[in-house]
Design a protein around this ligand. Structure first.
Ligand SMILES: [Zn+2]
Length: 405
């Protein structure tokens, strides 16, 4: 086992940046939090200190390149610097629990229970890192950032290790879904880019949803309610009818695994004008297209039923990355070979959501998502084990070895 002396301090130092992204500012401010820019600039100078060539431009994405000392396919690694806003995400005070004894971890006002966190049992004698209990920790995805930085530091201080060109990317605003809306693709030479943004140790993800948001704009006809009979066409009634027509068995709360769904996410309006948003999610492209058609057909028939006019506007949010990953099987093969050398048991899981990798995949770049060791992401009980991050760092180095020709 290699020694990664700086990994813990590195991770803890990143958690201190106030990087809670804010979807209300998407499209107005990039990155959406000042602390994200501070961390991006900090990473830029760390990369420069390691001797990498670094680009940081208007896209607010840090792109670093470590020149290879050997032939082989260039390979990229990526992580996001922002943290979620589901619970307070700024003012994080990371707590380090060395020599973990297997008991419940009691934080200020909240307890991380061993019985609901069975994976804690894998790290007895190890080092657990948590927040102080009133914020998230931010292991999603600062554990990923720390893994990538530590592996780079290791390579630079061990010039005898052969490697091809290595590229690293740190993105803002992933949690808002807008992180990849501007991405300097021309700065990426690699056709394989691993994201370190997964969960429990051993997990690797190669598939995510196809995702769209469909907006219904409903135009009714309003009359004085006393005179409305036969003349009024209520836009809100039609909107509500669209919602109730969606199959309840195909909702987020009734599906898991490979099942897709519809979900109304926003409704507002008056009898005259109403707006409704429905998201659709599906792993299968064919089912995804069917769902899009179904919503279109629903708009037509509900419009006719209620005598209102309905326009729909479908925004494709991201696509399943399975296709790009299967077109470059060597991307996943390298993860398996590397994991085998390190005796890490891999578990392939599905992302019932999207990742920054999905946007890369849409551009033909294979982008398996690899574990960081983070647990209970987006919550006050978020935790990560140092040993899982060490294994992630080992895995990154072993993947790089697989790329040498
Ligand atoms: Zn993440």
């Amino acid at each position: 086992m290699r020694k990664f002396a700086d990994l813990l301090d590195r991770f803890v130092s990143y958690t201190a940046f106030d990087t809670m992204s804010n979807s209300a500012l998407c499209g107005k401010k990039r990155p959406t939090a000042d602390g994200e820019e501070e961390l991006l600039l900090h990473l830029k100078s760390e990369l420069e200190a390691l001797g990498l060539e670094v680009y940081y431009g208007k896209e607010k994405v840090v792109a670093g390149k470590l020149k290879g000392n050997s032939d082989g396919e260039p390979v990229a690694f990526m992580a996001h610097v922002d943290t979620a806003d589901d619970v307070p995400g700024n003012g994080v005070k990371a707590m380090v629990w060395p020599d973990y004894d297997g008991s419940d971890i009691v934080l200020d006002g909240i307890t991380i229970e061993r019985k609901t966190n069975p994976d804690l049992g894998n790290y007895i004698g190890g080092t657990i890192i948590t927040s102080s209990g009133d914020t998230l920790l931010g292991a999603d995805d600062k554990a990923g950032v720390a893994i990538i930085m530590e592996a780079l530091g290791y390579l630079v201080s061990h010039p005898e290790i052969r490697h091809p060109d290595i590229e690293v990317f740190f993105t803002p605003d992933e949690e808002t879904g807008s992180g990849m809306s501007e991405f300097p693709y021309e700065k990426m030479e690699s056709r394989i880019c691993y994201t370190f943004d997964g969960g429990r140790e051993g997990e690797v993800e190669t598939e995510c949803f196809n995702a769209a948001s469909v907006r219904f704009s409903i135009h009714g006809t309003v009359f004085h309610f006393g005179d409305a009979r036969g003349r009024m066409h209520n836009a809100l009634t039609a909107a509500a009818h669209i919602v109730t027509a969606l199959p309840g068995s195909e909702s987020p709360e009734a599906t898991d695994g490979r099942y897709g769904y519809y979900c109304p996410t926003d409704i507002k309006g008056t009898a005259g004008e109403a707006e409704l948003s429905v998201i659709i999610r599906d792993f299968s492209e064919e089912n995804f297209e069917r769902r899009l058609k179904a919503l279109q057909a629903l708009a037509e028939s509900i419009g006719l039923l209620h005598g209102v006019s309905i326009e729909t506007d479908a925004d494709i949010q991201y696509r399943n990355m399975a296709k790009a990953n299967s077109q470059r099987p060597e991307a996943l093969e390298a993860v398996y070979k590397a994991a085998e050398k390190l005796s890490i048991k891999l578990e392939e899981t599905l992302i019932r959501g999207g990742t920054d990798g999905a946007a890369l995949a849409y551009n033909g770049i294979a982008s398996p998502n690899i574990f960081t060791g983070a647990h209970n992401m987006h919550s006050l009980t978020e935790w990560v084990a140092l040993e899982a991050m060490e294994r992630g760092t080992e895995l990154m180095l072993a993947i790089i070895e697989e790329m040498v020709r």
